[in-house]
Design a protein around this ligand. Structure first.
Ligand code: GLU
Length: 558
């Protein structure tokens, strides 16, 4: 087994070396392997133990020897390298990435992922796949008041659904000791001080570009105060560690921003602590310690990037390459975690996958495929321009993915009952998928009584019942057989509509973001739970459940 691991390491190291004409970094090789071989994740230690000697072996070979050896031990990797190279032209290259990258997806566990998170996680994932390397999923749970315990599990499920290749999971709540240590160090080198001014007082001074008295304390005094923050001498609101920036910096948000604070709460689901880092501190420390080479995040983090660079500078660390993409407005669905939370608590929403929410789980429930989300996000890319998310584009991509697999059925919305006179007793054979006879047919037997969608009664005399015959509407609930001719229907511009005999239906409600649509559908639909189907002339839906003989469907798109 040890040999097998060595061979896998050698394959990936060679592949990377051949591709980039350079020996890769250990992290990049291990990251790529763990991304592709989930079964090896529990054996990361063994990989780490031998990677050094494997890389030394690769180092000793010339480029030609590496190619020859790779062709010998892993011919298929050579082929996949060529495939990758073709695909990788989709998004612009990253600087200094050819030797492999280390990137991260770093959400707060305040709820499940939504489309905004999908963009961050997919773009970073895209580049890790493109250049090889590791992709760290870092859970930023150092704000105890904003941690939603069930979010840990939900985010993990959402990432799995999206197909994000995570090589490592890091919980920031496991790393409080590390942040304490670096807080002590940055205070020790004069890069930070412990401020005990009231928040409001500090704000006034800061806006007036004036230093607060704490700024002039000696390092020793600050270190003592820091110990007092940790030992409980200070309580919430009484002391905060501030990074020393420029007190007259043109952007007030940069002026001596907060790095560590006290939160007197026992709310945190994973740790029992009172001193927590603020985002800019823990993000900077971790981006360095975890070896991030590139950080792709939204423009709303530009001020944070500026703040975080002070921390890198104080420690003399080289910051990663940062790329900030533009804002993406997403219309029509609820995206704010706090509104979702509130709405679920007060019963407005049925749960985190309520169709009115912009969460990935709501999209999955309505039949949107992760591949469609990925393709839409990659197409949007990392440009700096603000855009509004195009649902139509996502839906078009999804339609392409689900169309072939979705059987066709009739759904009659707001049904109107018609008694049809003189119609021949006849059974309609409606294809499960138009043009594909092998998929089979649904049989619907006409017996004189039908239901048709209420709105088709408006202004239509001559109507064709799809896969059956024509009728002429003669009254509110009556119609008469009007022959079989399609030409006649076309000439009269009559609609060709879905219909169902009342005794061959089940009640059906379709949940849409705008509300519930009621009607009846073919009884066969009850056998499609978990699948997407197309209700003809209506749109695609995912059949969610059947309870008490009633079908519940989630609207996918037209
Ligand atoms: N956890 C923070 C957020 O989700 C920071 C993310 C980052 O630095 O990319 O906003």
């Amino acid at each position: 087994m040890g040999d097998e691991i060595r061979t896998i390491l050698e394959q990936y190291a060679l592949q990377n070396a051949v591709k980039h004409q350079d020996v890769p970094r250990a992290g990049a090789v291990i990251g790529a392997i763990l991304g592709k071989h989930a079964e090896l994740r529990s054996r990361a230690k063994e990989l780490n133990a031998i990677i050094g000697s494997v890389l030394a072996g690769v180092e000793a070979l010339t480029h030609e020897e590496r190619e020859a050896r790779l062709a010998e031990i892993a011919p298929d990797l050579i082929a996949s390298m060529h495939e990758k190279r073709e695909k990788s032209s989709d998004l612009p290259p990253l600087p200094d990435a050819e030797g492999g990258v280390v990137m991260r997806f770093a959400p707060n566990p305040s709820g499940p992922l939504h489309l905004g998170h999908a963009r961050a996680s997919i773009l970073n994932d895209y580049y890790v796949r493109r250049y090889g390397g590791s992709y760290i999923y870092r859970i930023e749970d150092t704000d105890p008041k904003r941690v939603v315990p069930e979010a840990y599990e939900m985010v993990r499920e959402d990432l799995e659904w999206l197909g994000i290749a995570i090589s490592d999971i890091v919980y920031q709540s496991d790393r409080l000791g590390i942040y304490y240590e670096y807080a002590r160090r940055i205070i020790g080198i004069g890069g930070a001080y412990v401020c005990t001014c009231e928040a409001e007082r500090f704000r006034e001074l800061k806006l007036a570009k004036k230093a607060c008295p704490c700024r002039d304390l000696t390092v020793e005094e600050n270190l003592l105060r820091w110990e007092q923050m940790l030992d409980g001498t200070f309580i919430e609101g009484e002391a905060t560690v501030r990074i020393r920036t420029e007190i007259d910096h043109p952007d007030p948000a940069i002026r001596d921003f907060s790095a560590m604070r006290i939160v007197n709460t026992t709310l945190h689901p994973r740790v029992d602590a009172t001193v927590y880092p603020l985002m800019n501190f823990s993000v900077a420390i971790d981006d360095h310690l975890l070896g991030m080479t590139h950080v792709i995040r939204g423009k709303d983090h530009i001020a944070n990037t500026r703040r975080q660079k002070y921390i890198f500078d104080y420690f003399g660390w080289k910051p990663p390459h940062y790329l900030h993409y533009g804002r993406m407005s997403i219309e029509g669905l609820v995206l704010s975690t706090s509104s979702m939370h509130q709405g679920i608590a007060d019963g407005t929403f049925t749960g985190w996958d309520d169709i009115r929410l912009g969460t990935l789980r709501a999209m999955a429930r309505r039949g949107i495929r992760p591949e469609a989300v990925r393709a839409a996000v990659i197409e949007i890319g990392c440009g700096g321009t603000d855009i509004s998310f195009s649902w139509d584009n996502l839906f078009a991509k999804n339609r392409e993915l689900i169309d072939k697999g979705s059987d066709r059925y009739f759904f009659v919305q707001d049904p109107v009952h018609l008694t049809v006179k003189d119609g021949p007793e006849q059974t309609a054979h409606a294809p499960l998928y138009p043009g594909d006879e092998e998929r089979g047919y649904r049989t619907i037997t006409f017996n004189g009584e039908i239901l048709i969608p209420g709105k088709e009664m408006e202004g239509n005399d001559l109507i064709r019942l799809k896969d059956l015959f024509n009728i002429r509407v003669t009254g509110e609930n009556t119609a008469v057989y009007a022959g079989d001719s399609l030409t006649e229907i076309r000439a009269a511009k009559g609609p060709i509509i879905q219909w169902l005999p009342p005794d061959q239906t089940v009640p059906c409600r379709i949940l849409t973001p705008e509300g519930i649509i009621s009607g009846v559908c073919e009884a066969g639909v009850a056998g499609c739970v978990g699948e997407t189907i197309q209700f003809e002339r209506f749109g695609f839906v995912r059949i969610d459940a059947v309870a008490d003989g009633c079908v519940t469907a989630y609207f996918t798109h037209r």
